[in-house]
Design a protein around this ligand. Structure first.
Ligand SMILES: Nc1ncnc2c1ncn2[C@@H]1O[C@H](COP(=O)(O)OP(=O)(O)OP(=O)(O)O)[C@@H](O)[C@H]1O
Length: 256
């Protein structure tokens, strides 16, 4: 079943057509990768899905319902969470507080009531702290919960961003270059974490990634963009041997 579908999606910046009428469908409970050369329109595609940009044309549907023209926080509430190419944590807050920010969209007390620890919010705050702790355990950061977020090593910051996204209880998790800047050991740990999120939590994952080893190992389904259009779609074996994909990445001579 398709959980997220975009139809004839178009985004222009001045004279540049950055997303040029793409149709993409993402199967529920699977890991899909969106790949393509630099400037292909991948991050713009994520920005359109999450309401950061409005498309000039086209439809975006989550679970068969339009999410067009919703604000980013409304889209998060509907069940789409994301991480960013350049990590965006609340650097001076603790690791635990960063996850509690993600949880707040489901709390009655709201973020400030929770963070200010108003007495009336104590019970809810305790529950949300426990939940934040469980999420930190899930991503392997429980021993660092009181550390300041920006003091964490890079790989840990990326996992914290994932924990914060999971705190919003998403149906679909978008990961924008999750392995960028990671060393090989951190990348192996990340692959394990992403597989667990799909298998144990049943969350649909869509990732943008330039690390082809990670893409080929993790993905059930790969979509390839080039100059804002979809040039290929399929399972990893099909994509690896597709001449249009090889040409887009390596130039025409490589595909002959
Ligand atoms: N806000 C904007 N204003 C003008 N042009 C933009 C804007 N955002 C993106 N673009 C342009 O749209 C094109 C696609 O950019 P995008 O960041 O989506 O590509 P990408 O596939 O994510 O690339 P990369 O792999 O390098 O991150 C690029 O030419 C980029 O310069």
């Amino acid at each position: 079943m398709t959980i997220l579908r975009v139809t004839n999606l178009v985004k222009r910046f001045g004279g540049l057509v950055c997303v040029d009428g793409i149709d993409l469908s993402f199967p529920e409970g699977k890991i899909s990768a969106v790949i393509g050369p630099n400037g292909a329109g991948k991050t713009t595609f994520f920005n359109l899905i999450t309401g950061i940009y409005s498309p000039d044309e086209g439809r975006i549907e989550l679970d068969g319902k339009s999410i067009l023209n919703l604000k980013p926080h409304q889209i998060t509430e509907r069940g789409i969470a994301r991480t960013f190419q350049n990590i965006r944590l609340f650097g001076s807050m603790t690791v635990l507080e960063n996850v509690m920010v993600g949880l707040h969209i489901h709390l009655k007390a709201g973020l400030f009531g929770t963070l200010l620890r108003l007495p009336s919010n104590r019970a809810e705050e305790n529950r949300s702290q426990e939940e934040a702790y469980r999420l930190l355990e899930y991503v392997g950061l429980e021993s660092l919960l009181n550390e300041q977020a920006n003091s964490l090593p890079y790989g840990a910051q990326r996992r914290l961003e994932i924990a914060r996204a999971l705190a919003t209880k998403p149906k679909v998790l978008l990961l924008d270059e999750p392995a960028a800047g990671m060393n090989p050991r951190e990348t192996v740990e990340l692959i394990g974490l992403i597989k667990r999120i799909r298998q144990e939590l049943g969350i649909t994952i869509i990732l943008i990634e330039h690390d082809m080893r990670l893409v080929m190992e993790l993905s059930d389904h790969i979509l390839v963009l080039d100059y804002g259009t979809k040039i290929a779609e399929g399972v990893p074996e099909e994509i690896r041997s597709n001449p249009r994909v090889i040409e887009a990445y390596l130039g025409k001579s490589a595909a002959q």
